[in-house]
Ligand binder design. Structure first.
Ligand SMILES: [Cu+2]
Length: 317
C-alpha cells in the first residue's frame, strides 16, 4: 500500500480511449419499479486496473466479486443533504418499517465465476453475495446475477430511491493492504479451468488474443502491481470500517477541472423508481433519496472467512 492516487482515473481514461466508454465501472443492470421483483445483476464493464498513475494501465482479469446490500437498521438514508440512520428513512418507505430488499443469489454457472454464495444472518436474511472460482477476461464483460424485490416508496415526493451497494471486484488471491505490492501473482484460470487470454501489449505479430498460441496471463514473481488486489466501488463508509478503510482503494470525489465538472465519489447504485401516479401527487419538488450500508455491515458480512480465497489474515483488506 504505497500511497498514491489516480488508480481509477488511469483505468477509466484508458477505457474511454479504446472502447468509447467513458464510465464503465461496475454498475447494476436494470432500474426497478417500486414494489416489484427484479431479476437483476451487477455489470462488470472492465478488468482490474494496473499500475496506478502510469500513462498506460494494464488490466487484469477480475477473479471474483463480493457485494454488501443495505438492509434493516444498519443503513444511512440521505435526503436533501440530511442523513438518517436506520428505520424508514423519515417515511421514505412505509412508516415504522425497515429496508428489506429480499436479495436472493442465483444458482448455476451464470457469470464468469462458477461459485455463487449468499452470506446470511441468523434469520436467513441475505446481506451479501460472493462470487469466486473463475476469471473474466478483461476485455469481455460479465453480469453477476441476483434477484431483489423492491420496497414501495411511501413518500410521493421521492422520485427514486438510489440503493447503493458495496461492491468489490477481486483482482488477486490471498492479499491484504500490507502484502499486495509483493508477488507472486498466480496464473488465473477461468471458470472452466482454462488459462485467460492476455489483452494488452501490441507486440503479438497480429495474433489475436483469443486464439490458440496467443499469450495468456501467467504467474508473475513480482505480483500484479501495488494496490491492485481489488477494485472497491464505494467511498469512505458511514460509521467507519475496520476492514475496508484503505484510502488507496476507496472511491473519491473528483474535483472540477478546466474541461469537466466535479463529480461525487462513485457507488455501485440500483435505482428504484416511484410510480408516475405517486409522483404526480407530490405538492412540492420531488427529489432522489439514497440509502447505503454502514461500515459495520461490511465488517460483519465481508469478513476474512467470507471473502476467501481473495483476502489474507483478518485485518486491513
Ligand atoms: Cu470504470
Amino acid at each position: 500500500m504505497i500511497h498514491s492516487s489516480f488508480k481509477k482515473l488511469a483505468l477509466c481514461s484508458f477505457v474511454s480511449l479504446f472502447a468509447s466508454q467513458a464510465y464503465a465501472h461496475t454498475g447494476v443492470r436494470d432500474q426497478v419499479d417500486e414494489g416489484k421483483p427484479s431479476f437483476n445483476g451487477f455489470t462488470i464493464g472492465h478488468g482490474c486496473s494496473g499500475s496506478e498513475g502510469a500513462a498506460y494501465a494494464e488490466q487484469y482479469p477480475v477473479l471474483g466479486q463480493s457485494a454488501v446490500f443495505p438492509l434493516l437498521d444498519n443503513v444511512v438514508w440521505r435526503k436533501n443533504g440530511a442523513k438518517t440512520i436506520g428505520g424508514d428513512g423519515g417515511n421514505v418507505i412505509e412508516a415504522g418499517t425497515t429496508l428489506k430488499l429480499g436479495v436472493t443469489g442465483f444458482a448455476g454457472l451464470s457469470s464468469a465465476f462458477r461459485t455463487s454464495q449468499e452470506i446470511v444472518d441468523r434469520l436467513g436474511n441475505v446481506h451479501a453475495l460472493h462470487w469466486s472460482k473463475g476469471a473474466m477476461e478483461p476485455k469481455l464483460n460479465t453480469v453477476t446475477p441476483f434477484k431483489i424485490t423492491a420496497p414501495l416508496i411511501a413518500d410521493n415526493c421521492v422520485k427514486s430511491l438510489k440503493v447503493r451497494i458495496g461492491v468489490i471486484n477481486w483482482c488477486d488471491l490471498g492479499r491484504n493492504a500490507a502484502t499486495d505490492a509483493k508477488g507472486p501473482y498466480l496464473q488465473p484460470k477461468d471458470a472452466f479451468g482454462d488459462t485467460v487470454p492476455r489483452v494488452t501489449g501490441f507486440d503479438n505479430g497480429g495474433i489475436q488474443r483469443n486464439v490458440p498460441g496467443a499469450s495468456v496471463y501467467t504467474k508473475m514473481p513480482a505480483g500484479n502491481g501495488d494496490n491492485n488486489r481489488a477494485d472497491w466501488w464505494f467511498p469512505v463508509l458511514e460509521g467507519g470500517s475496520k476492514l475496508y478503510n484503505d484510502v488507496d482503494l476507496l472511491q473519491k470525489d473528483t474535483p472540477a477541472t478546466a474541461t469537466a465538472a466535479a463529480s461525487p465519489a462513485f457507488w455501485t447504485t440500483m435505482t428504484i423508481n416511484n410510480s408516475a401516479a405517486d409522483i404526480a401527487k407530490c405538492t412540492g419538488t420531488p427529489v432522489d433519496v439514497s440509502v447505503e450500508p454502514l461500515g459495520v455491515d461490511f465488517d460483519t458480512y465481508l469478513t476474512a472467512r467470507n471473502t476467501q480465497p481473495f483476502t489474507k489474515g483478518s485485518i486491513n483488506f
